[in-house]
Write a protein that binds this ligand. Structure first.
Ligand code: C5P
Length: 229
């Protein structure tokens, strides 16, 4: 698979016209895009279908979680959109329902174990007795065992998680910054080359590309950096 297919550019912009401008500017430098809540609620789901029809790989970051029946029916429809990845929260019922809903389609289910904004106190407030780290590991194994295709995780969890879940799962990570780039609000960052060395299968990159003066040049520089890194 070409390296550019493994880099999901996060279309974190408020409007479809801005997203379109960005996709046009990137041209053939980018083939994969992530669409999350912000754009989804501004027409981003139709845009996701449109991009998928143009042959782009689309990652829908919807972090679904509901009763099994609702998740299953939602995922059946998402599987018909032609997108490549969908995120769901890593609760056993939710994973099972998503896996049933995708059926034999090419859609891959990525599980979010514990949101990275949660610390031990937040998890305790929810009524869980485990520490975040242990809950992440428990949920990662459950996600694998219930048929999720991969996990979304922070780059510093790559090595440990790979050792835990083995090679059958895809590990996809945000928090990526090319050397010398601003960390923005990301607390634990890694360069793209390092993340691949640490067994990532794919990266999500937003601001270093989307907020660059020339997004295409930023993307091409990232690809070069990986090649030489
Ligand atoms: O702009 P930046 O490269 O930081 O964007 C990263 C993308 O990954 C954003 O869409 C963000 O919502 C997402 N993400 C993240 N950290 C997580 C989960 C998702 O940065 N723990």
């Amino acid at each position: 698979m070409p390296m550019r297919d493994k880099i999901f550019v996060a279309l974190d912009v408020p409007t479809i016209s801005e997203a379109k401008r960005l996709v046009e500017n990137l041209g053939d430098a980018a083939t994969s895009y992530k669409i999350g809540y912000q754009l989804a609620f501004a027409g981003g789901l139709d845009f996701a279908r449109e991009l998928a029809q143009q042959g782009k790989n689309i990652f829908l970051d919807m972090k679904l979680h509901d009763i099994g029946n609702t998740v299953e029916k939602a995922v059946e429809n998402i599987a018909n959109m032609g997108v490549q990845y969908l995120t769901v929260h890593a609760y056993p019922q939710t994973i099972k329902a998503a896996v049933n809903g995708k059926g034999n389609s090419a859609l891959k289910i990525l599980a979010v174990t514990v949101l990275t904004s949660y610390d031990d106190n937040d998890v305790s407030e929810l009524g869980f007795s485990l520490k975040v780290k242990d809950l992440v590991q428990k949920r990662a194994l459950q996600a694998r065992d219930y048929g999720a295709n991969g996990l979304i995780l922070s780059p510093d969890e790559l090595l440990e998680t790979r050792a835990l879940v083995g090679n059958t799962m895809e590990l996809i990570t945000p928090g990526i910054r090319p050397s010398g780039a601003s960390a923005d609000d990301q607390k634990r960052i890694m360069t793209p080359a390092r993340a691949f060395q640490n067994s990532a299968n794919g990266l999500v990159i937003g601001r270093p590309i989307v907020a660059a003066l020339n997004p295409r040049e930023a993307m091409l520089n990232i690809l070069k950096e990986i090649e030489h890194g």
